[in-house]
Design a protein around this ligand. Structure first.
Ligand code: HGY
Ligand code: MN
Ligand code: MN
Length: 394
């Protein structure tokens, strides 16, 4: 199955994927998901947010809170790897295949999810599909989000034949009792522990903040250095301070996305738009890191009489996965437990239903890059583990 989707949304120059929400690649992956469900006789439905669900043994009825949800997401970050998301969806179909081949019949509905727009690569909000389902993300706020071409989510969904009025909270949480998401590990803990599969304990709190550094455009040659109000300076100081502050705090801070206005080679820019992704082991530490960074950015801007404003675009709280479920799976699988600094739909749902994550070893430990990798043998071990979990929980 992974090889079947290998070429979808893949940039041959980099080998990375560009599978953004509602893009052509995303639409092809949606068709792939529907096809995989159909060949297994699984009923497929798509909620108003674009989340797809393939059901084995019914979709679970309202109020039963009985279905076992598995699955993950199929979208990617720009130049993402082949496993972040798809490994969880593919492994879910493969686990169903294995259980059926063994003649297993679940005692409760088993539903495979493809959560829409988990990466937020196009509209900026992490786990948008699952946050809309739970009501954590307001539908109108989401529909007004714009992509880099200025298209709103409402316009994009309409263009794909969806009705924006159906975006928002659904009854999913009334139909499911447990969510288990399998995901490639984004780190090397399992390499160090020598295990193919691990069970998640926690997700670090994290967020995305947009810094707008505003100065005065001017001529690159005719403007003496002492007369400049160049926003690039405060931005540069902020990036360097972010590394120092995060390193000192044992936290993480990344500026991976930047827009320079107007972007002339021979002109001092008027505005720098920079996105901070910051994460820390607890929410207090994260807040202190961002506050300290904003103060440093303000000092740097003041030094050049430029301005800086901060906008929180996406904030994800700390997640501690359900302890009894975590321990049950770790015992069942004889697997190590480990935290993660990466966000997931499982983190969003964990606030509402008992949720767990299985991680599959990634020898490179690299993710959000074409270098992301998982050995076939470890992928198979992940399927066997997920099948054992589905059997145990249903
Ligand atoms: O950004 C994250 O942590 C996840 O990959 N969406
Ligand atoms: Mn990711
Ligand atoms: Mn992911």
């Amino acid at each position: 199955m992974l090889s079947d989707i290998h070429a979808i949304g893949r940039d041959p120059r980099t080998g990375g994927y560009r599978r953004f929400a509602w893009s052509d690649a995303d639409m092809l992956l949606r068709e792939w998901f529907t096809g995989e469900a159909a060949v297994r006789g699984m009923e497929v439905d798509e909620d108003g947010n674009g989340n797809q669900f393939a059901s084995w043994g019914g979709a679970g009825s309202e109020g039963d809170r009985d279905a076992l949800l598995i699955g993950s997401h199929l979208d990617s970050v720009p130049d993402g790897g082949a496993y972040d998301g798809p490994l969880g969806v593919v492994s879910s179909f493969a686990a169903v295949d294995q259980l059926r081949a063994e003649g297993f019949v679940p005692s409760r509905p088993v539903v495979i999810a493809n959560f829409a727009d988990e990466e937020g690569a196009r509209f900026g909000i992490a786990c948008a599909g699952s946050q809309l389902v739970t009501g954590a993300l307001d539908a109108d706020e989401a529909l007004g989000l714009k992509d880099r071409d200025g298209q709103t989510l409402a316009e994009v969904m309409t263009g794909r034949g969806r009705d924006p009025r159906t975006v928002g909270r659904t009854d999913l949480l009334d139909r499911i009792g447990t969510f288990v998401e399998l995901h490639v590990e984004q780190g090397r803990s399992l390499v160090h522990s020598g295990a193919a599969v691990g069970v998640a304990t926690a997700i670090w709190p994290h967020g995305r903040w947009r810094f707008d550094f505003c100065g005065e455009a001017n001529h690159a040659g005719a403007t003496p250095m002492e007369d400049r109000h160049d926003p690039m300076q405060a931005y540069a100081a902020t990036v360097l301070v972010a590394r120092r502050l995060a390193t000192e705090a044992g936290a993480r801070a990344t500026f991976g996305r930047l827009e320079v206005e107007p972007g002339g080679t021979n002109a001092i820019p008027s505005r720098i738009r920079a996105w901070l992704d910051a994460r820390a082991a607890d929410e207090g530490q994260l807040e202190r890191l961002v506050d300290a960074l904003v103060a440093e950015a303000q000092d740097a801007a003041d030094a050049d009489a430029t301005a800086v404003t901060l906008t929180a675009e996406s904030v994800s709280p700390a997640v501690a996965f359900d302890v009894p479920l975590r321990d049950r799976l770790a015992t069942l699988l004889d697997a190590p437990v480990l935290p993660t600094g990466a966000g997931h739909d499982a983190g969003v749902l964990s606030a509402h239903v008992p949720t767990a994550m299985l991680f599959v070893r990634n020898p490179t430990g690299v993710s959000h890059s074409p270098e992301e990798f998982a050995e076939d043998a470890d992928c198979r071990a992940g399927v066997i583990a997920l099948a054992a979990v589905v059997r145990d929980l249903s």
